[in-house]
Ligand binder design. Sequence first.
Ligand code: UD1
Length: 418
Amino acid sequence: MDKYIIKGGGRLEGVIPVQTAKNSVLPILAATVLTDEEVRVLNVPDITDVRNMVRILTCLGCRAVWEGRDIIIDSSSAEKCEIPRALAHELRSSVFLLGSVVSRFRKAKIAYPGGCDIGLRPVDLHLNGLKRLGVQITESNGYINCACQKLVGNEIMLDCPSVGATENIMLAAVKAEGETVIKNAAREPEIEDLQKFLNSLGARVKGAGTGTIVIEGVKTLSGGVYQPISDRIEAGTFLIAAAMCGGDIELTGTNAENLSSLLHKLRENGCKLRIKNDKIYLRSDRRPVSVKSVETQPYPGFPTDLQAQMTALCCVCAGNSIVTENLFETRFKYVPELRRMGADITVIDRSAFVRGVERLRGAVTVAHDLRGGAALVIAALAAEGDSEVLDICHIDRGYAGFEYKLSSLGAKIKRVSI
Ligand code: UD1
């Protein structure tokens, strides 16, 4: 089990190239099961979620290998349609494979997925969507069993705009007979990216990025080479870190459009921001001022995946803030850890009431999930004195070379194996 040792209190200065989006890469890798031809995904971040997805693909019989920073997948040899419990528990995105595996084999068996422990994460919308396409679903011993004669397009209305359910249904519908319409679809940029990827292989999908996605089934998909979009959550994490520590940073290879809800808040905090093509510059010279209220919402609202980092920033702002989590039930597990650092936070129901303090102080804290863990690291960088963040395996799920990138900005952070 690794931990970070961090000496806080310094400014962050320098240039960071933003990684390719984890939440684009995972469904794209799941989609490669739909074709018999070779797919090359470019610049894939070396994170545990991706490594686990590659293990699952290999377990299904696909050939998936890294070549430098790219992953090449050849699914022509895929022969299994079962994802074992141990692997599915490592990675929630294993559920995305239901759509593509059932499309390919007319059956699939998968253990209930794992992933971050951030509250109940049901898969009812995924399963209802698949049922509407003709899949029969039974559940036994913690496994979901799917079977169908064929997949037939249909209209599917999602009760809420779930990212994963939208993507899973897209994957099942791409080679279904006839037309599928997904209403109240999630509008996240990663869904538009999945559409672009699928269409580059010959699929006929339109409407992603809006609430209605229309998929015209095709018989086969080809191979291809694809560069997914950049990771808006990684980019946001570095911007918040610089706002909190004080600094002057430049992010390259990013898309400010996808981050506008955060950029608005950072301007309210008093940060100076400049956007030029694929670059975002942030300068923060004074103690940030509070933003009063932040509420997580589906895209284009404020992302739940930046909620913990934003709360960490609120801890050192001048004034009080209220951060409300509307998507997941238990996404405040990092709060007691921040309190150890001197943060003044009270959680009532879905809201964290934060009274800004002048400085946080170093402490030993434990990461409980991916984004909460990242929030503890940036809080430690801004704090006075030394900190440790334990259980950083959670952070390794989503940030490639986190400590190297932070060190390149001047942060004093090192990984230690214990
Ligand atoms: C994806 C992201 C995750 C992000 C989340 C919300 C990936 C790999 N993960 O997760 O980083 O935090 O979107 O932006 O892309 N729900 C149901 N039934 C379902 C499915 C979801 O009730 O069948 C609910 C969930 O409990 C939650 C809400 O819908 O309250 C949103 O979840 P969803 O959009 O599905 O998140 P994920 O796809 O799991």
